[in-house]
Design a protein around this ligand. Structure first.
Ligand SMILES: [Zn+2]
Length: 325
């Protein structure tokens, strides 16, 4: 009985805390961001699109980019989310590869928003949906830009993209689009994001051979956390603080694989998953980072609080070697 009273008391305290934090949060994300992080921010949102990948990037100068577009039905999440964020046009879409869980909604997104440029490997698997998609992009005058390892460009001054894969002499294996994945390292100040598409072990090996700087605070885990990606050597070189897995709840591929999760845990890497955390928003001023984890309903005040937490719904981290008291 006594333990029950305690339980109710604890529950009451928690519900009050939850109400309080909801109230604070409802005052708007801008104020919270401004309170915690100073300076122009880069935002990287890993969207909850079920089984698939879609990442929205907003630069400090308010340019808008999308990396992959989930499956066809992901349009129902991506388009309203971009509208909610007041995106009117996309400065670029990076397509890692042409599997349906990455290219699927691009056809519809091209209808909903003007797109300036598509960055891709130069290879699109010739399925009928993909052909229709490419035709739609051409009809809409989207510039197509083939990117290869060694290319670097800036989304705007100070926001750098380094292409790590596929290599210049890699002509693609139609049977294996995963290993044609465009892999990029996105850098703003001291903070790096390694975004891998569905690159598998073979691609990771190729990337490691080039001996470029790969160390990144954030790693988008390759191929939805499948056991075909994330070799020990790759993880030890990238040395991420956070790993993001983009996958659908109860997906038929059993992504992510238990062995991949074990490798991440063994290295003390914090795992964030779109199937469990919903959309994951990462905000950085190039020195410090805040992570916002949202529920699945796109409501701006719906947050899940998960450890390690500093502030309601926000996880505050700092870059390696930095300090935050
Ligand atoms: Zn995929």
């Amino acid at each position: 009985m006594r333990s029950r009273i305690w339980f109710v008391a604890v529950l009451l305290v928690f519900s009050q805390l939850a109400a309080l934090s909801a109230q604070e949060l409802s005052t708007g994300r801008q104020r919270l961001v401004a309170n915690e992080l100073e300076g122009p921010l880069l935002e990287v949102h890993f969207l909850d699109v079920g089984q698939g990948d879609s990442i929205y990037v907003r630069t400090p100068g308010k340019k808008h980019y999308l990396i992959d577009t989930g499956t066809r039905s992901a349009r129902k999440q991506i388009i309203p989310y971009l509208q909610y964020l007041d995106v009117k046009a996309l400065d670029g879409v990076l397509l890692t590869h042409s599997h349906l869980d990455h290219i699927g909604a691009l056809y519809y997104i091209a209808d909903a928003f003007p797109i300036k440029r598509l960055y891709y490997s130069g290879h699109v698997h010739p399925s009928s949906h993909n052909r229709k998609t490419v035709q739609r992009l051409k009809d809409k005058n989207v510039a197509l830009r083939r990117v290869r390892a060694g290319d670097t460009f800036e989304l705007e001054e100070g926001v750098k993209v380094q292409v790590l894969h596929p290599g210049k002499d890699w002509n693609g294996d139609v049977e294996d689009p995963n290993n044609m994945s465009v892999v990029v390292r996105l850098t703003y100040g001291d903070i790096d994001f390694l975004l891998t598409g569905d690159a598998e072990k073979q691609s990771e090996k190729q990337i490691l051979k080039d001996k470029l700087e790969l160390k990144s605070e954030f790693l988008k885990v390759g191929h939805h956390g499948s056991e075909t990606s994330s070799t020990e050597e790759f993880l030890d070189t990238v040395e991420p603080l956070y790993a993001i897995v983009s996958c659908g709840e109860g997906n038929k591929f059993n992504h992510p694989h238990a062995s991949t999760m074990e490798k991440l845990r063994a290295r003390d890497i914090t795992i964030l998953r779109t199937d469990q955390n919903g959309t994951i928003g990462i905000y950085t001023n190039g020195k410090r980072v805040m992570i916002k984890i949202k529920g699945k309903d796109w409501q701006p005040v719906s947050f899940l609080v998960r450890p390690p937490v500093n502030g309601a719904g926000w996880i505050v981290v700092h870059n390696r070697g930095g300090s935050y008291a």
